[in-house]
Each structure stands twice: as C-alpha cells, then as structure tokens.
Design a protein around this ligand. Structure first.
Ligand SMILES: [Zn+2]
Length: 243
C-alpha cells in the first residue's frame, strides 16, 4: 500500500456530491441514490480523480495489484449514511477487494477505525514489508510485543486481497527488480548507470515498495543501504523520485 494524496474535485462536481448527500440526509435511500448517481458523467469525473490519486498504474488503493475499478466507501454508506457522498470517504479499489470488504467497517472498542485510510494516512506507519515472503504484516507497536491492531486487521485476509499469493509474488518480483537495478549501478558507477537506475526505479514504482526501500525501513537493507552510504547524491535523487 501507499499514501494516495487526496486531490480537490472541480467545484461543480463537489456541489453535485453535496446535493446528493442532502437527498440522503432528507431520508432517501443511499443505495438507490448512489446507483442512479454512479451512472452520471459527474460521478465519472469523481472516478477519474480517484484514478489520478491512485497513481500512474491506476491500481487498487489496497492490494495495489488489480486495476482500480470501483468507488469504495471507506465507511460503508449503509451504516454511515451521512458519509454516502462525502468526498473524503471515497476511495478506489478493485472488484476483488470491494467484494471482500463489503459493508463491513471494523472498529476498536473505543470506536476508532481498524482499517487504514490510504487517503489520509501513510500505510507504512502501520505496516511492514517482509522481504522474505513478500507479505505485508502489521508493524510492531513501539516498546511493546504487540502488532499494531490497525495494521493487523488491514493486512489480514478478512478485508482485502493484500496478501493473496499472486500479490505477494508480485511484491517479491518488484523487490528483485529494485535490488538488481541498485546492484547494477554499484558495479558500474557512471552517469549512464545512474540514469538506468533512475529509470528502473521509476518503472518499478509498484506496491509502494520503492517508497519502502528508499524512504522507509527498507533503506537499512542491502543493497539499498550501500547505495545510501557510498553514493549519497544518487541516493537523494532516488529518495525524491519515490517520496
Ligand atoms: Zn484490490
């Protein structure tokens, strides 16, 4: 996963959402209002903005493997009617993740969400990439022997396709591609090799892993740590390319 920074909607599109939300607030059924609205060109623009937020490859904001095809209500509209047409509550997901999560929204006993909202939080604050297995796991809470509950629930098989085998395999492939590119540069340092590295990192900006290896905990791993120590200028270019 990676952070998907929320973009602004065009004014008239935002007004449309506000108007539809008012209909729901006045007692209309959110499901049927949504179904009708979803077929409009205006909601097509909402979808397009979510696709832009998801990045160049237009992947699902949770598994980052399948194409983002569905508008997802982070808090389900059947439960949180007042958020049915709230822009901050809408995300882009694939059909598989959408089907899996359904209308569920797990909470802690004190009422805090147990799912990561990639449009307002950095998923890597809660998650950790296991480079051996390709799985995403919960980060351990600092100073405790407990996994972060939000990371744990988000990465579980219960809600999204984050850890199905095809996805963990894809992460391992991306990791190998990034390692190979860094090793190739370290073995043959030149301006051309530096450009090849830049290109390879841009081409493998998948699953939020280039952020992991150049900006987060993955920076400690070989060969990334060696690039950081030996070629700080090239390293800084990679950091800014991936952040
Ligand atoms: Zn997905």
């Amino acid at each position: 996963m990676r952070r998907a920074r929320r973009l602004d909607l065009p004014g008239r599109v935002q007004s449309y959402l506000t108007q539809k939300q008012a209909e729901v607030d006045n007692g209309a059924d959110p499901g049927s209002i949504w179904e009708r609205a979803r077929r409009t060109k205006t909601m097509g623009i909402v979808f397009d903005v979510l696709v832009r937020m998801a990045g160049r490859r237009e992947r699902c904001m949770y598994c980052e493997d399948s194409r983002g095809t569905d508008i997802e209500h982070f808090r389900p509209k059947r439960v949180y009617r007042d958020l049915s047409f709230r822009w901050s509550n809408l995300l882009l997901v694939c059909t598989g993740c959408n089907r899996k999560k359904g209308d569920r929204f797990p909470l802690t006993p004190s009422g805090d969400p147990l799912l990561i909202d990639p449009s307002s939080e950095d998923p890597w604050d809660y998650l950790f990439f296991d480079g051996e297995t390709g799985l995403i796991v919960a980060r351990w809470l600092p100073g405790s022997d407990q996994p972060d509950p939000k990371g744990q629930v988000t990465a579980s098989d219960e809600y999204f396709q984050i850890n199905i085998e095809a996805v963990s395999e894809g992460r391992l492939r991306t990791k190998r591609n990034l390692e190979r590119a860094v090793n190739a540069f370290l073995q043959n340092v030149s301006p051309e090799a530096s450009e090849d590295l830049r290109q390879a990192v841009a081409d493998n900006n998948d699953y939020g892993l280039s952020l992991w290896f150049f900006n987060r905990d993955g920076t400690e791993e070989e060969p990334f740590c060696r690039l950081k120590d030996q070629h700080p200028n090239v390293w800084l270019q990679m950091v800014s390319l991936t952040s």
